[in-house]
Design a protein around this ligand. Sequence first.
Ligand code: HEC
Length: 108
Amino acid sequence: MKPPVLILSLAIASPLALAAPPAVDPAMLELADQSRCLTCHDVDETVRGPAWRDVARRYRGKPEVEEVLVTKVYEGGGGAWGNDYMSANKRAGLDNIRILVRWILSLP
Ligand code: HEC
């Protein structure tokens, strides 16, 4: 029974592995979860808010947006991605938000 099972699992696993996007730092995901960002965001999928890889792509090569985004995430705001509005995230704290925004902007 062993060889067929092995072949089957390879057939299932390898297309997924090929399609998988670059790995994400689990500590950062944990911080995002604790900061309640993940109720509206995902790294790869648009949820209520834009996928964070899309955010990184839009602002690639524009380091000056970092502080603007930190303030926007802290205070809330809209108008950049559609008609929805991001509520304030003050409980996450400015320091955590700065760490998260820096990480989001660096996503491949
Ligand atoms: C209640 C839902 C919600 C939560 C919670 C939330 N966001 Fe958002 N976020 C949004 C929406 C909606 C947008 C799009 C706003 C717009 O169109 O300008 C957005 C946009 C963003 C952007 C891009 C802003 C821009 O101007 O391009 C960043 C970066 C971001 N969020 C990070 C975070 C981080 C970090 C957290 C956690 C501290 C967080 N968000 C929590 C809904 C949310």
